[in-house]
Structure formats: structure tokens, C-alpha cells
Design a protein around this ligand. Sequence first.
Ligand code: SF4
Length: 413
Amino acid sequence: MSDHEALRAEVAAAFGPGGELSQADPAYLERSGQTRMADAVTQALGNRDVLVVEAGTGVGKTYAYLVPVLLSGLRTLVSTATKSLQDQLHGRDLPRLTRALGLPARLALLKGRAAYLCQHRLDQARQQAQLPDRAAVRTLARIEKWSVATLTGDLAEVDALDERSPVIPLVTSTRENCLGSDCPKFRSCHVMHARREAMAADVVVVNHHLYFADLALRDSGVAELLPSVDAVIFDEAHQLSEAGVQFLGSHVGTAQLVDLSRDLLAAGLAHARGLRPWNEFAAAIEFSARDLRLVCAGPLRGTAKLRWEERAELPAFAPALQAAALACAAAADALADVLGAAPDLPKLQERALTMAAKLQAFELPVEPERVRWIDLSAHQARLAGSTTRHPRSHARAGSSAGTCLDLHLGHVG
Ligand code: SF4
């Protein structure tokens, strides 16, 4: 019997009467849809093939792909659309299955850097942050207390932390403001630790957004992981398209401008006070962000997706966009003279330059094969652009090192 046939037999036995699954759970019921799917997955893994599966509720889809993955011993990346499924896989299904199958597989959950505490920015926030209200002061105090004990730095561990708290951007990093190996906290950095854990794991769980964003930005560790994995599984694959559009696209939001303005003011006053009028540069960026948001929102409130022409053709739109680009460029010029004062400043200058370039790109006419639109939310307007090509070809190209196993689950929209 070939290895491939042996694996098929092993998977069938695990799901069959008296198999590991029924031994581990007396309530286990064999389901024909689940065993057929598990066999199809096993064959795809063995043949290094692409498989798309659509299966209804109650089939037991996660076990149908996890059992073959675990028994094959292939190093695998599993990507989900939702946080709840990500947590279910890592916190419940994978540990249960590794126990039931008696396998010593190493498991990791990799999130985007915004999910982890940045110790360097926490230090800065302690000293410099201008918090908007008492609730924010209390939240920062709670995060500080938790930060001393946490091993993972995953902010999901902080009890009742509101995802929209204004404190979160102050204590997490972005690709633009992370100091990398120049950081005084680099050795104990939670973001770097999570990536090392993922590199050492047999099965890594991520989400679609992180997967695609990382192919574009190479920032979260997924792109480093991909060449070393044998299989990639997209669960909840009907939501791949949305994530792919973001990966293929470019966007700039007014909230990013406000963050830049606040970081500029804090870093300017901390490291180069009096050398440049940092208040004025920060205010120019913040006002331009507010004007741009108001022009984009018009009379609308709440969340909406607008066609580009609906706003881009308004007389106030181009001047608002230009003012924001000029404010960022002026801040970058001012920073150019003080770069040596602290490692934060070159990063900040790079951010201001990138933001100015993105805003300038949105001033140009829309190219053929590209679309643009505006996402409005309660707090910001986000200018977005993408190609009109389908992201699927990129998903496959990204995983060419191994088997790309699309599990296209649920209703195909
Ligand atoms: S290396 Fe980056 S993410 Fe880590 S603590 Fe430093 S600035 Fe924060």
C-alpha cells in the first residue's frame, strides 16, 4: 500500500466505528458527508492538488479537514474569515483532535500586529499621551497592570476592553511606527514572539485579512511562513474576495491621518521640542483629515460605501485631498531636519511621506482596470482603490510551495 493509500485508510479509520473520534467522544456520530469530505481532502493533500468544497451546516467541516491535516503531518496554514472560527479552531477543535489522535502537534494562532501590546508605545503613552477622557485614563491603567503579567501580549486577554477604545492605537504598533531591531523592547516584543511561535508550529491559524495583507506588506510573518508550509486551507472561503480586494488595493483613511498627527505632536515635543512648530504641523494634518472626512460624508451619517464619482466630482473634494497631501509633505520636510534625535523620527517621516504619496495618487485620474470607492464609517472616511482582476490567482501563486486547499464552505455568494 502506498503512503497515500495508507493515509486514506488511517483517516477513514479515525472517523469510522471504534476509531479515535468515537473513542474520544461517546456522543460522536459518523456522518457520510463528513467522511466523504475528509477523503477528498486527504486525496488533495496526497496529490498536492487544489480542492474546493462546499458543504452545508452540520457536516462537520472543520474536523473533515483537520483530521487529514494532522494525520498527514504536513505543515499547514489554516485561514478563516471570522475571529470566532479562528478562536474555535485554535482554542477547541485543534487541541481536542491532537489529544484524540495522540499527536504531539505544535499549534499557533497568529494575529495581526494590532492585536498585540507594543511595549515601546505603551512606555510612550505613559509619558506623553493626551488621553481624551477619564475612561481612556482608566483603560490605560488597566492595560499597564495587565502588561506586567501577560505572556502573550494579546490584548484579547484584557477583560472587557472595548475594541474601539482610543487607547488601543496608542499601545499597539503599525508597520510604519514599529522600530524593529532598533527598538529598546525588541527582545521581549510580543509581536516578534508570536511570529517565532508561528514559525515553530505545525499548524498555524490566521485570518484572511492577515493572509492577504501580509502578501502585500510582508509585515505580519505570514509571508515568511508560506514558503515553509505544505498546505494552505481557507475556511469560510466565501469571504476571500472581500479580503483579496483589500490586499490588491491601496487605501488611505482619515483616521490614519489623525493618528499621524498625534504621533507627530507627541514625538516632536518629546525629542525635538522648540526646533520646529510641531503643534502647527500636527494641527494642519488633523484639520485636513477633518475637512476630507466632511467632504466625503456630505449629508450622510454612519456606514456607507460610495462610488468615487459621487464625491470626487464635488468642487471641495480635490482641494481637501490636496491640503491633506501637502500637510503630510510639510510634516515630512520638518522631520527631515531632526531625524537623528530619536529612532521614532525617521519612521514618522517615512509614514508622512507614504501618506502624502498615497493621497497624491488619489488625485490622479482612475487608471483602466482599476476601481475606486469611498468607505464611510462613523469615525472616518477611507479612500480605496483596487484592480478589477480577481484575487484568487494571487492566492494560489502565494502558496505555490505546497498544496493550496481552498475549502469553500457554506453558501457561495
Ligand atoms: S519591536 Fe515594534 S512592536 Fe515590538 S515593542 Fe518595539 S516598536 Fe513595539
